[in-house]
Ligand binder design. Structure first.
Ligand SMILES: O=C(O)C(=O)C[C@]1(C(=O)O)C=C[C@@H](O)C=C1
Length: 315
């Protein structure tokens, strides 16, 4: 078996959008890719050292976060995001040869794909029932293998990536059925915790902030840490911690790298006001955007202020 450093896990089976994203990620290029049937299994393979990294979906521009990934990052043993990729997603409806669109009663797909094709489905197949699977390719595989659902009925068609039709020997009944033609899914490469990739000037930092005692202004306290250091957030989302009703944490993506003084200072601020902070990684932005750094917030200005403070303390 090849060394784990040459193998990367992805949400499979073959022909998922995740596989397509993994093949486009620079860090994974040329390595052996191994499909795992759930996001959790793929990330766990990183934790056990069976693979060097895992590519999993994190967020969709239409449906929002992929909770299976988010919750694993929040609640599982710590891992680290080291790269991201944005993939345009287009969906096809596919079936066994001989199936007519008018004969489709039962459709199967991934919940995030279902949400993105809802309006097309309600117009083209208003009476069809949709079942969900762990990935779009697993749906195509189930149709191809004539898998029955729990009621003993056959799945007639799957919603999946166009390439899945070819891979699983299915016919395409309809192309480009997504409600939003600009839809993108954001995928991340996850490894064991370690030193983050170097700063590029176009970076993002992800973390989870756990509130210390529920109190008025707790979220404001968290936001202040970023605002006063001129750090822009690209995403903030609350998720249940899983430890009791009403207990939430905040999953945050911020512009900049851990090695940027303003981001480092914001994290130190969070560390002081939160019950816990989980660093999820600093990595190059897939969109290549280099946001301007506010006045007084550059590394040089932070450094200058630190030197000045030291000189005062030294007398
Ligand atoms: O099922 C797949 O093909 C996946 O790669 C998963 C996934 C997701 O979880 O968002 C990826 C892209 C699409 O938005 C739909 C499904």
């Amino acid at each position: 078996m090849p060394a784990s450093k040459d193998r990367y896990a992805y949400l499979g089976p073959a022909a998922t959008f995740t596989e397509a994203a993994a093949r486009r990620l620079h860090a994974v290029a040329g390595a052996e890719l191994e499909p795992y049937s759930t996001v959790h299994a793929a990330i766990d393979a990183v934790r056990t050292g069976d693979v060097a990294g895992a590519v999993v979906p994190l967020e969709n521009s239409v449906e929002g976060s992929v909770n299976a990934t988010l919750d694993d990052l929040i609640r599982g043993e710590p891992v680290m995001i080291v790269a991201e990729h944005l993939l345009p997603v287009t969906f096809s409806l596919m079936a066994r040869s001989g199936t007519e669109l008018t004969g489709v009663r039962k459709v199967v797909t991934h919940p995030v794909a279902e949400a993105q094709c809802r309006s097309w489905m309600s117009k083209a197949l208003p009476d069809a029932v949709t079942a969900v699977t762990s990935s779009t390719a697993a749906a195509a595989a189930a149709v191809s293998a004539r898998t029955h659902d729990t009621d003993g009925e056959l799945f007639d068609a799957a919603i999946a990536a166009p390439i899945a039709a070819e891979h699983y020997g299915l016919d395409t009944l309809a192309d480009d059925i997504g409600d939003n033609k600009e839809a993108l899914t954001r995928f991340v490469l996850i490894t064991q915790p370690g030193r983050p990739p170097r700063a590029t000037g176009s970076d993002k930092t992800s973390l989870v902030a756990y509130i210390r005692d529920d109190h008025p202004g707790a979220l404001l306290e968290i936001l202040e840490q970023f605002a006063t250091r001129g750090v822009n957030l690209t995403r903030i989302e609350s998720r249940p911690t899983g430890n009791g009703m009403g207990r939430y944490c905040f999953v945050i993506d911020a512009e900049g790298h851990l090695n940027d003084a303003r981001v480092g200072e914001a994290l130190m601020g969070l560390r002081r006001v939160c019950a816990d902070v989980r660093f999820l990684g600093s990595y190059a932005r897939a969109d290549g955007v280099r946001p301007p750094v506010g006045r007084g917030m550059t590394n040089a200005e932070f450094n200058d202020a630190a030197v000045w403070l030291d000189s005062l303390r030294d007398g």
